[in-house]
Design a protein around this ligand. Structure first.
Ligand SMILES: [Zn+2]
Length: 212
């Protein structure tokens, strides 16, 4: 049975979330608590454990573009890619937590799904000032980009081998998440950042227009 197929609009909701890169229906999926981190509730879905398999499949699809490798090399590369994705995802979530702490409005719950982390904020988010939204949304990317630059330095001191391969995978996935998230796409943090920037610009423009 499809997740949450009980309600008539749920397939539509699932499709919406699928297009955002989730494979769970976030409206209906169960939140299983797994503990707390720095006062923030951590939870998983019933299929979060599928995450490495999902990214293994994605890695296999991406691997089609490198046909020179034999089976063992291919499996090794996909495995390293999966480790990189999982670590970069956790770094991204930690960045959101740090960003939220800095603007004194941390998330209430971090839901780790099979593909992405979801930052959950309780209460009316409309009344929250713009810089708080931006701080919370930027944290993930900034920490990913910082990770990218630190790991690139570390790679200078590491020879070839498993550790370097994992570091390189963390660097590339963190760069992807850090830079890609600034795109003004729905459900991506960039949407929040640009929305607040344009809102601020519009306010300034209106203020200036009133003064003249
Ligand atoms: Zn994010």
């Amino acid at each position: 049975m499809a997740i949450g197929a009980k309600r008539s609009n749920d397939l539509k909701a699932l499709n919406k979330y699928l297009s955002y890169g989730f494979i769970e229906n976030l409206d209906t999926v169960q939140h299983i608590p797994i503990g707390k981190f720095w006062g923030i509730k951590l939870s998983v879905t019933p299929i979060t454990w599928l995450s490495p398999i999902v990214f293994f499949a994605l890695g296999a699809i991406l691997g089609i573009f490198e046909p020179r490798m034999n089976l063992i090399q291919t499996l090794y590369h996909i495995g390293v890619f999966v480790i990189g994705v999982e670590i970069s995802t956790l770094i991204h979530a930690l960045g959101h937590i740090l960003g939220g702490k800095l603007v004194r409005s941390p998330m209430d719950e971090l839901l780790l799904t099979a593909t992405r982390g979801v930052n959950i904020y309780h209460g009316d988010q409309e009344v929250i000032p713009g810089f708080v939204h931006v701080g919370r949304a930027m944290g993930g990317h900034i920490l990913n980009l910082l990770t990218f630059s630190v790991v690139m330095q570390l790679l200078h001191y590491n020879g070839a081998g498993f550790r370097s391969d994992v570091l390189a995978a963390i660097a590339s996935t963190s760069l992807f998440m850090g830079a890609g998230g600034f795109l003004p796409l729905p459900s991506v943090d960039g949407q929040v950042i640009w929305r607040e920037v344009f809102h601020w610009l519009a306010l300034r423009w209106r203020e200036n227009a009133q003064r003249e």
